[in-house]
Design a binder for this molecule. Sequence first.
Ligand code: PFF
Length: 455
Amino acid sequence: MKNQQRETFSSGLAVFFATLGSAVGLGNIWKFPYMIGANGGAAFLLIYFLCVLFVGLPIMVSEFYIGRKTRKNVIGAMKQLKPNSAWKSIGVFGIITAYLIMFFYTCVAGWVYFYVFKAIKGDFSGVTVESSKAMFGAAVVGPISPIIWQIIVLTVVSAILIMGVQKGIEKVTKTLMPVLFLLIIICDIRALMLPGSSEGLKFLFKVDFSMLTKQSILMALGLAFFKLSLGMGTMVTYGSYFTKDNNLINTSVKVALSDTLVSVLAGIAIFPAVFAFNMKPGAGPGLLFMTIPLVFSKIPFGNILLVLFFILTSIAATTAMMSILEVLIAYFTEEKGLSRKKAVIFNAIFIAVIGVLASLSADSSSILGNIKIFGKGFFDLFDFVSSNILMPIGGLLIAVFMGYMVKKDEIRHELSNHGTLNIDWAINLYYFILRYIAPVLLIIVFLNSIGILKF
Ligand code: PFF
């Protein structure tokens, strides 16, 4: 199995869209816009940029390096770079994190698919605050329908992945990412035409440093991780499919900037409408599933907009899930010798079975809503352990590994594409941030997120 012919993406553009497809996800559409608004608008955006620059980018470049240099899955890659060492744990953490995220992400994605279906059926015409809440409650508490939609989501993602890297991931992301951009722009234009939309823009873009707290800095750092799919080997896996002439630093910068742009555009689509109807912007699923149908249903042609909005959200969620599942597929095909098809089916079934726990515990009135482990239901536990514990640990280990275990000459050689790119300054900057800034910031966030260090 060792040196089998491995697929790669076919071009730089394919690399860009696939990677952006991983970064853009549910995070952009409900987490990011709300956080900008609640934490001082553009002031938060500035902090987020700094987090991306000082932590996100160096880790992304490192993951691409590890992937493309070894052309292996995340465990295989670490074994190749440091045989028989504990560094393999980066890969092991990655695999565990991929499962945990998939368990709950497929559940939320299931609600999104369901909402596309409901919007197409016209279920939201004449919706009121009460009925919108009731509909979301019914969609989440189920119990059968959320599980069925979760299985539909997994079937779609699996069908794409079975087709392979070029015919599956590359083709779908190259087609759908431009569609996603177009749909967001349409929603933006409509939202900006609403009377009173300037209030929403003010919420999003005010520069209010007084609203920034230490907590917002930590939130921005955590968000940068989740947003850019870092710390769990996703970018190692995609990096292993990159073309050999790809400029890894350049790709990282382009992906981080485009991903942030999508988040801001999503905010522009959402907040003017929320404010035009005098609603309070709420966080998380509430905003996405209860508020959006309500506000869009009041706009002329709002139902079409609603369908488009949920379609774009489901595209974002689907391409993100493809990248998470690919971490597992690459591992099972290369290390365990499974065929691609078997690896996909086996993992999809496993995720569906355990993911049911997330679906049945998403709300306190769900069937398993009252079962608590360490004070959290299954849904919240999967989310918390993956985003707040494993991803930062993974990121820290990657930063320390690359900064202190790999020779700078080797890094320079790979990042400059064997000396063909003249980007010494960028490599030096990357290396400095990687060694001296990223690990320190990560330790602070991690200690805070598990409650050891309190601000
Ligand atoms: N970046 C995705 C989002 O913002 O929704 C989430 C994600 C995708 C996290 C892939 C981790 C990952 F490996």
